[in-house]
Each structure stands twice: as C-alpha cells, then as structure tokens.
Design a protein around this ligand. Sequence first.
Ligand SMILES: [Zn+2]
Ligand SMILES: [Zn+2]
Length: 234
Amino acid sequence: MITLKDLLFPRRCPVCDRPVKPAGSLICRECADRLRYVGEPACMKCGKALQDKRQEYCFDCSRKKHLYDRGVSLYHYGSVKDCIYRFKYGGRQEYAAFFGQEMARRLGRQIVAWRPDALVPVPLHPRRLRDRGYNQALLLARETGRRLQIPVLEDWLLRVKNTRPQKLLDGRERQNNLKKAFKISRNDVKLNTIVIIDDIYTTGSTVDEIAAVCRRHGVTKIYFAALSIGNGRT
Ligand SMILES: [Zn+2]
Ligand SMILES: [Zn+2]
C-alpha cells in the first residue's frame, strides 16, 4: 500500500539508493536480484559458503577454535558492500526495514530453532555512537526481533573500549585490539542462550570476544546471525 509518507519521503532502495520502485516496497524489484544469499553447502561453524559439499568446515574454522557455538549469515559481503557502507556511515537507517525483513525471512527458522532468550546486537562505543547517531546492528536486531518475536537486549552488553577499526588489522592484532573491549552492564539478567547480531562477519574475532565475556556471565549457548559474511578462505 502506498501511503502519503511514501510520496512525501520516498523510501530509498538499499541497493541503488534511489527511491524504491514500485513505491511502497522495501527494495526495487530489479535491485533485489543483485544481492547474493549465502547458500549450501555451508561451514558447520561460521556458516560461510563452501565449494565442496564433502567439507564440514571452512579453511578458517578448521584451523581456529571459535568461542561461539555456531552462526549464520544472509549475504555474501561482496554483493552488499556498498549498501552496508551507506547503512553504517551514510545515515541510511531506513535500510534496516528491508534487511531485518530478510534476516527474519531467510534466517528466522534457524534462529528460532536455537531458542534464544534474546538477540544481542554488537554494541558501538558511546563515542562512536555519538558520531554516527545510531548503531546499525541494533536497528537490525530490532527489526529481526520484532518479526520473530524475540526480545532484543539493548544495553546489557556494552563496548567500553573505543577500538581501532578491525578492517585495518590482521588476525592477531584484531584479537588483541578487542581485549577487554566488552562488558556486561548488569548481573540480574540471567540468560542461557543468545544470538549476537552484527552487520558483517569476517574472521569472527568480535563474536569470539563477546562470546568469552558472555560465557563468564553464565550464558551457555552463543550463536550469531550476521547480515553478511566475507569470503575468507574456504
Ligand atoms: Zn534499487
Ligand atoms: Zn567457517
């Protein structure tokens, strides 16, 4: 249905960034075909697409022990790189409606099967939140949680260290950079199972660091659902 709001403030398409066609939808019909979903076969740990279905784990996961249980991602990063850039840094909060819908539609069954107590978005440091104005992972978690009827914990996990951007660092530096970066704000919330929500999964060091903190606070099952996943080595 096209509302007056759609006519006055046309929603932008997450792919081409122009007003969506047809108006009233969340993405242009043609643009939807340009997004590449992660399919099967997939790594049993991080969910990255694999070339060979006889493989159980990707190159990264067969060499590195992760602290989380398992994860899934929606898109190949390469196909949404520019969209995610605008979603994070370009003020395009409105993209969350489409991305959250797709997370729920394509990953919802898996997320619900994990029976999480809550979705936990990867937090931003308060200074970065002030600069950017919003946390894209929180917007994603809200949209996804609303559709799947899973609560979102907004201020339970905090980012207490303003870390350097992970993309500028290599594997070991990434892990060190994140040491003591996260903290849990309150002890009265007892959780058994959580799903961490983020926009990009690359090496898994952020999810691992969060998983370590959460386990120390008694969370036993820690999963993640990301909007996109890098190729890495398979
Ligand atoms: Zn478009
Ligand atoms: Zn993997």
